[in-house]
Design a protein around this ligand. Structure first.
Ligand code: NAD
Length: 410
């Protein structure tokens, strides 16, 4: 199954549980708009570079389209469609007034100079500008995009359409960004797993974690886990992984990665491959890099109690079924990593009112939102006796369906 088929497979499970008729399937699955744009830039050596960009707007019945922009060589329309749909269900799970969208450019940003990257980013905004806006569609960072890229986007959009800090979230704090946004997705993941354990009467103390991906999400989660007394046994990035059975000193790993550009060769660790990291024993396996890393080929070898889906779509449908059968609980992406979009929402609220909240205020609100979302999920799992993923999709479908019904088809 492709990523989009996988997302629709999970939706089907939700539809089945809710016994929804066919008309809703069409209404709720079909993306509202798909943009494919050509991005032509002049490279520093005088040659012309031609890249393809996408923005898929899935659903806006509950509020403006919302979702990140990814720069990656494997970005394609199927993946973006899947990620856009996931955003619709994610914003519904945490009950923030947004719909779902996603976008990206098929590019390896490491192969561009900073000037080329800026030019490409500004071109992208020129091409999709008329379809986004603070009240229509609000992009944000995702894989390989960051606060600097968001700044260029905000600037380019504002040049043509007027000063609009609310058009993009994930901006630097110095440029209308929110305190706490950088850590938000990792912090949200922490609250998600903390609540899952709390529901069982347990804490995170001494729980062992393995994290694939040491970027924005993975590195923040790892650092925050230290404060809870949990142990991170292994982490990895695109260059490889590191393992220490007694737990890694994450602050030092972070420093090492900052200095060398990778976690590999961290003193006091053994190397581990990105494949082996997924099948090493721990309490909580956390994919925090790319999608479809757990498949029918390795799901039988996972030796964890939980799979915390910090990444979007890390399990194929086949892997999900295997984990379920083996009693390994997948904490679904649409709940686990919803902290990022939640604080994006807070950033947008602050921008719209020209206010600035303190970091404590942001973190407290995020905690309340994640705790409430978990309560809703736990109640739904009890009521429907189903997996956490199916409960999450069914709950989200109910909320989006309600808004769709109230608005009518027009
Ligand atoms: P990032 O670009 O900051 O970091 C990605 C990390 O994954 C890096 O350490 C990179 O080296 C590693 N990586 C890339 N390819 C890899 C591979 N083939 N094998 C192993 N590691 C690899 O990205 P991020 O913002 O941390 O996003 C990570 C995941 O979390 C993505 O799936 C993204 O969609 C999801 N997510 C991010 C946010 C957010 O706010 N940034 C919000 C929700 C979900």
């Amino acid at each position: 199954m492709t990523p989009y088929q996988t997302t629709n497979h999970y939706l089907e499970q939700g539809f089945e549980l809710l016994k929804l008729d066919e008309r809703y399937k069409t209404l709720l699955i079909t993306p509202s708009r798909e943009l494919r744009v050509e991005l032509i830039i002049e490279k520093d050596d005088g040659t012309i570079g031609n890249f393809i960009g996408y923005r898929v707007q899935h659903d806006n019945s509950r509020g403006p389209f919302k979702g990140g922009l990814r720069y990656h060589p494997e970005v394609d329309v199927d993946e973006v469609r899947s990620l856009a749909s996931l955003m619709t269900w994610k914003t519904a799970i945490v009950n923030i007034p947004y719909g779902g969208a996603k976008g990206g450019i098929q590019v390896s940003p490491r192969e561009l100079t900073p000037r080329e990257l800026e030019q490409l980013t500004r071109k992208f905004i020129d091409q999709i500008g008329e379809f986004i806006g603070p009240q229509t569609d609000i992009p944000a960072p995702d894989v390989n995009t960051n606060a600097q890229i968001m700044s260029w986007m905000f600037d380019q959009y504002s040049k043509r359409y007027g000063f609009s800090p609310g058009v993009i979230t994930g901006k630097p704090v110095e440029l209308y960004g929110s305190l706490g946004r950088d850590a938000a997705t990792g912090r949200g993941c922490l609250f998600a797993i903390r609540e899952v354990y709390k529901h069982k009467g347990e804490s995170l103390k001494d729980k062992t974690f393995i994290i694939q991906g040491f970027g924005n999400v993975g590195s923040w989660l790892a650092r925050l886990l230290m404060d809870e007394g949990a142990k991170v046994l292994a982490v990895s990035d695109i260059k490889g992984g590191i393992f220490n059975g007694d737990g890694l000193d994450i602050d030092k790993v972070f420093q090492h990665a900052k200095e060398t550009g990778s976690v590999v060769e961290f003193a006091g660790s053994e190397p581990i491959s990105n494949e082996d990291i997924l099948t090493t024993e721990c309490d909580v396996l956390t994919p925090a890099a790319l999608g479809h890393v757990l498949t029918s080929k390795n799901a039988n070898d996972v030796k964890a109690k939980y799979v915390l889906e910090a990444a979007n779509g890390p399990c194929t449908a086949e892997a999900d079924a295997i984990l379920n059968r083996r009693g390994i609980v997948a904490i679904p992406d649409i709940f686990a990593n919803a902290g990022g979009v939640t604080v994006s929402y807070y950033e947008w609220v602050q921008n719209n009112q020209f206010l600035r909240w303190t970091e404590d205020e942001v973190n407290k609100r995020l905690e309340e939102t994640m705790v409430k979302a978990h309560k809703g999920l736990a109640a739904a799992m009890d009521e429907w006796s189903c997996s956490m993923r199916t409960a999450a999709f069914a709950l989200a479908i109910q909320r989006v369906k309600e808004a769709t019904d109230l608005r009518g088809l027009g």
